[in-house]
Design a protein around this ligand. Structure first.
Ligand SMILES: *[C@@H]1O[C@H](CO)[C@@H](O)[C@H](O)[C@H]1NC(C)=O
Ligand SMILES: *[C@@H]1O[C@H](CO)[C@@H](O)[C@H](O)[C@H]1NC(C)=O
Ligand SMILES: *[C@@H]1O[C@H](CO)[C@@H](O)[C@H](O)[C@H]1NC(C)=O
Ligand SMILES: *[C@@H]1O[C@H](CO)[C@@H](O)[C@H](O)[C@H]1NC(C)=O
Ligand SMILES: *[C@@H]1O[C@H](CO)[C@@H](O)[C@H](O)[C@H]1NC(C)=O
Ligand SMILES: *[C@@H]1O[C@H](CO)[C@@H](O)[C@H](O)[C@H]1NC(C)=O
Ligand SMILES: *[C@@H]1O[C@H](CO)[C@@H](O)[C@H](O)[C@H]1NC(C)=O
Ligand SMILES: *[C@@H]1O[C@H](CO)[C@@H](O)[C@H](O)[C@H]1NC(C)=O
Ligand SMILES: *[C@@H]1O[C@H](CO)[C@@H](O)[C@H](O)[C@H]1NC(C)=O
Ligand SMILES: *[C@@H]1O[C@H](CO)[C@@H](O)[C@H](O)[C@H]1NC(C)=O
Ligand SMILES: *[C@@H]1O[C@H](CO)[C@@H](O)[C@H](O)[C@H]1NC(C)=O
Ligand SMILES: *[C@@H]1O[C@H](CO)[C@@H](O)[C@H](O)[C@H]1NC(C)=O
Ligand SMILES: [Cu+2]
Length: 576
């Protein structure tokens, strides 16, 4: 140690950094999981159904790691469906082969095959989830993915007494693969779900369901960290707990400036962490927690309500009977179409933007893009009676391009230089035709079918405005970007005004996330730095819209330096 005296300040600093890296390396560990994808009979609402699960669990097992850890998850497919798994929100820096969307970063894992998802969690901590990323199999194949801070790093808020993942899902009494296949054939809207679920349980407001109720037992006077995940297929959700307010502290695994609210709004693909402070003295009291949709589309949707119970521990002396006599309080939730609540809630979200957790908003933009998102139509095949608008088939698009899924994976096609016939690298910067996007719809609602990618040189600073269209009615679309977090620098209603709206952008502490609701009849502006080479899917997280083509992919090229290049594919990467 004495020799330290002879080192200059600079060498000391270098030594210190080197030692911290060594220490960090020593702390970071590899965590192994085995996912056996297998069928399981599960009963809800008095309907027994054989569903696809991981290890027979529904919802699936929790994956837990610390920031900096490597996750090695071996997925073995024992079912007749093709499978892929996506680690929703994990950036996959240079490890795009582990991202998971079928035919984008990998061919599916076929029956009897295995694939090892192998990646490091770099610079991220918070609530994530894993889910199937092929067809509608994520209806039952999902589970929490919790990344805790590095050891000894505290949260930037009060240390919670306990942490509880709360995952929303959708239960269908019939087979979801049959539902989407039928909808794609007829061109109509797919059958809607029969219930929403909290951690797989529909709760007491449905028929034949009271015994399948999520119960959160709490002690008085404590702080609980609730980690909400919306894994529902097709519905944004409002959630509230009677007589309790929720302090939002994190969204999509990014710390936010805390704020209190009675109700949260969470779209499919989003996560939200809240602190729940329990009341000082309420032995045996029970309160309902409930979620129901925020829906803006013109089609039918599941308008039911899922409920769970928050129950205060009752001391041993209190009898069960006296506890039961206390009234059950119900929360009040916004109207199903309350767009003004949605706007005011999302406007409250701000990055924490502290020295330790800065908001590195790109201040300069290299490339500006303007994409429309919304529904449209496809022609009906001859001799068929289609059930979409005016006898057509429903379609959905970005800038009127309805994405056609290729039969081989885009990332392999790019990496091996064999992209011909798989995709074209010319996704348009702006829509081909201007129209009044949120006004009277154009008289031709047909989309065009293409597999186009937007190519970005490494480290391009991107600004993307996504504009909802009213072609088949305005609708909120939760857009999810793989491979990156983005900053939501602005949003508004009506048509985006490229002259005046940028003046109002927040470039200081905008929310940073991976899934954003494009407002119904409005627009959202996001910025991100394309510092992750690979092919990155971007799509609506309402699964029916993804099926109809509301998706595209970005191709981020390698940088010049060795650590700016996509790593080579693992040897067990599935083949098509
Ligand atoms: C599910 O139930 C059916 C009918 O009872 C049975 O034939 C099947 O083997 C069960 N499947 C599993 C995975 O247990
Ligand atoms: C995971 O990737 C690391 C780094 O490339 C490698 O050293 C390790 O062997 C891989 N593990 C498995 C099980 O493939
Ligand atoms: C969808 O709902 C309709 C009407 O209830 C029913 O006839 C049809 O069989 C359902 N389709 C599937 C795939 O469950
Ligand atoms: C529950 O069952 C009753 C009686 O069978 C029926 O009238 C009611 O519509 C059902 N409710 C739901 C939500 O299915
Ligand atoms: C809960 O809220 C309801 C309605 O706002 C109110 O009537 C009731 O007194 C509250 N109960 C408790 C225990 O706070
Ligand atoms: C839910 O939808 C059904 C069928 O469209 C309708 O009859 C019912 O009134 C709706 N319920 C609510 C609470 O909006
Ligand atoms: C919301 O729904 C209510 C009841 O169905 C309706 O009266 C109202 O006009 C709708 N509001 C909007 C903004 O669509
Ligand atoms: C359907 O056809 C009617 C009458 O031709 C027209 O007014 C309407 O705009 C059409 N709707 C769509 C969604 O194309
Ligand atoms: C677009 O349509 C809206 C609603 O009909 C209208 O208020 C607005 O003036 C139109 N904008 C343009 C540029 O035509
Ligand atoms: C549809 O709109 C285009 C462009 O606005 C116009 O040229 C065309 O005549 C219209 N077609 C019909 C059938 O109204
Ligand atoms: C686009 O694809 C859809 C769905 O596969 C198909 O029904 C439609 O005919 C295609 N449209 C064109 C113009 O080829
Ligand atoms: C599974 O994926 C392979 C490769 O893309 C494909 O050839 C096959 O038809 C798929 N099987 C099923 C059951 O979808
Ligand atoms: Cu959508």
């Amino acid at each position: 140690m004495a020799s330290f005296q002879f080192l200059s300040g600079v060498s000391m600093r270098i030594l210190f950094v080197a030692m911290s890296v060594l220490l960090w390396k020593a702390n970071a560990i590899t965590r192994h999981y085995q996912f056996n994808v297998e069928m399981k009979n599960v009963t809800r609402l008095c309907h027994t159904k054989s569903i696809v699960t991981v290890n027979g669990q529904f919802p699936g097992p929790r994956v837990i790691a610390n920031e900096g850890d490597r996750l090695v998850i071996r997925v073995t497919n024992h079912v007749s469906h093709n499978i892929t798994i996506h680690w929703h929100g994990i950036r996959q820096l240079r490890s795009g082969w582990a991202d998971g969307p079928a035919y984008v970063t990998q061919c599916p894992i076929q029956t009897g095959q295995s694939y090892v998802y192998n990646y490091t969690v770099v610079g991220q901590r918070g609530t994530f989830f894993w889910h199937a990323h092929i067809s509608w199999l994520r209806a039952t194949l999902y589970g929490p993915l919790i990344i805790l801070p590095k050891n000894n790093t505290p949260y930037p808020f009060e240390k919670p007494y306990k942490e509880v993942p709360i995952v929303f899902g959708e239960w269908f009494n019939t087979d979801t693969e049959a539902i989407i296949n039928q909808a794609m054939k007829t061109g109509g809207g797919p059958n809607v779900s029969d219930a929403y679920t909290i951690n797989g349980l529909p709760g007491p407001l449905y028929n034949c369901s009271a015994k399948d109720t999520f119960k959160l037992k709490v002690k008085p006077g404590k702080t609980y960290l609730l980690r909400f995940i919306n894994a529902a297929l097709n519905d944004e959700l409002f959630f509230s707990i009677a007589n309790h307010s929720l302090r939002v502290v994190d969204a999509d695994a990014i710390y936010v400036k805390p704020f209190d609210t009675e109700t949260i709004l969470i779209t499919p693909g989003q996560t939200t962490n809240v602190l729940l402070k329990t009341k000082p003295n309420f032995p045996g009291a029970t309160f309902l927690m409930a979620a129901r949709p925020y829906a803006t589309g013109s089609g039918t949707f599941d308008n039911t309500t899922v409920a769970g119970i928050l129950e205060y521990e009752s001391p041993a002396l209190h009898s069960v009977i006296s506890a039961k006599k206390l009234p059950l309080h119900k929360p009040s939730l916004p109207a199903l179409n309350d767009t003004s609540f949605a706007a005011s809630f999302t406007n409250k979200l701000r990055s924490l933007a502290s020295p330790q957790f800065p908001a590195n908003v790109p201040q300069n933009v290299d490339k500006h893009f303007f994409f429309t998102v919304g529904l449209g139509t496809n022609p009906c095949d001859q001799n068929q009676a289609c059930q979409g608008p005016n006898g057509t088939k429903f379609a959905a698009s970005i800038s009127n391009i309805s994405f056609v899924q290729p039969t081989t994976a885009l990332l392999q096609a790019h990496f091996t230089g064999k992209s011909g016939g798989v995709y074209s690298p010319d996704f348009p910067i702006n829509p081909f035709h201007w129209f009044n996007y949120t006004g009277t719809p154009p008289n031709n609602t047909m989309v065009q079918n293409e597999t186009k990618l937007m190519v970005l040189p490494y480290n391009t600073s991107v600004e993307l405005v996504m504009q909802d269209t009213s072609i088949l009615g305005a609708e909120s679309h939760p857009l999810h970007l793989h491979g990156f977090n983005f900053f939501v620098v602005g949003q508004g209603f009506g048509n985006y005004d490229p002259k005046n709206d940028p003046k109002k952008f927040n470039l200081v502490d905008p929310i940073e996330r991976n899934t954003v609701g494009v407002p119904s009849g409005g627009w959202v502006a996001i910025r991100f730095l394309a510092d992750n080479p690979g092919v990155w899917f971007m799509h609506c997280h309402l699964e029916v819209h993804t099926s109809w083509g509301l998706k595209m992919a970005w191709l981020v090229l390698d940088g010049k330096l060795p650590n700016q290049k996509l790593l080579p594919p693992p040897a067990d990467l599935p083949k098509c």
